[in-house]
Design a protein around this ligand. Sequence first.
Ligand SMILES: [Zn+2]
Length: 421
Amino acid sequence: MTAYLFTNVKIFEGTKPKLEAGEVLVEGNRITAVARGRQTIGRERAGEVIDGGGATLMPGLINPHCHFTYSNAVSLADITALPVEENLLVAIRNARTYLDYGFTAVIGMASAKPRLELVVRNAVNKGEFPGPRIRACTPEYTVSGGVGDDSRLDRFVPSIGLVCNGAEEFRRSVRQLIREGVDLVKFNNAGDSFTFGRVGGECNPMTDDEVRAICETTLNLGKRLAAHAHADSGVRQCIKYGVEFINHATFSSAATIELLAKHAARHYVIPAIAARYNTTYEAQAWGITEEIATQIGNKRELEVGSANMAKMHRAGIKVLPFGDYGFAWIPIGQDCRDLEHLVNLFGFEPWEALRAATAYGGEAWAGNSGELLGRIKPGYWADLLLVDGDPLRDLSLLRDRERITHVMKDGEFYRRPTLVV
Ligand SMILES: [Zn+2]
């Protein structure tokens, strides 16, 4: 493996509010030295020197709520209807798109079909296809009538979710999916506006017994937990049963936010706010006007959720960006729009949004594995981006693939400019 020395770069370290001039050495798949200010790193250590020309060197982006098996369709039903073979091609293509846009690690947050995420993870790990580092998830677990149960009594309609009822059914199915090789188990202990009024976000259709069975089974087998939890009672169950990834958390009460703040080290909150903002204001072309978004409760989820995310952020709870890209009006690749949402809707400083997308995302991806990613620091994995411009001044740069000139994953360039001679 070549040793690369990045010179003449401004470094976003992952946790610091300002860019700093410096140099970074990559040896093998790790960052091994960082020099700041006027310090330099010996050129003799570098196989190749890359003069960044004043560009920003930052950690690769980490998406903790990724649906790389979704096809940018208009509805979940359209994704469910994709045969598994076509769906696999979509997933392979999306994995490459994520890497192209600078996402060097993602956490799957519900596979469209049971084995899709894990087979793509395995293929990427073997070097068969380009893609980010992947944590693979189950499909979303749900109960009859919950989010993700699309079945009908009058005819067969497949569901995107795995539908179980009662603790025993959940135990059996969770064990089977862990046997297949998932890294995390996700379940829906809340409704959602996307059920178009059938079961609203404030409702929680799962019993405590069912949630406990899912969580105990998963944790006993050493895997990790994620929940779709808009409802306050759902968020409470996540705290009670050790669910690390609390998605949405929209209707958390003041008392729940206080409790969550006490346990902030154990949880990540991922609002996936684009599924609210973009759906309310930018989905007219697909038939969802602001009026419809209001009727189904999507706009309310946006407003209540945004106010609560601002509170959680101020209370020191780790609120992470990204999530639910993979629909027509929130297409895969444009995920960094979320960084602007964090600033505009939740009151984040731009550097805090970028910290959540890198350093905090890295902690979330690693869990207790001991792996180090998401920062520019000796010992960390060499997952790096060179960005033409200053993303702290303009976060929208990160939505533009052309401005992300270099993408390095695991010490190797996935993409860099080629010299035309
Ligand atoms: Zn999602």
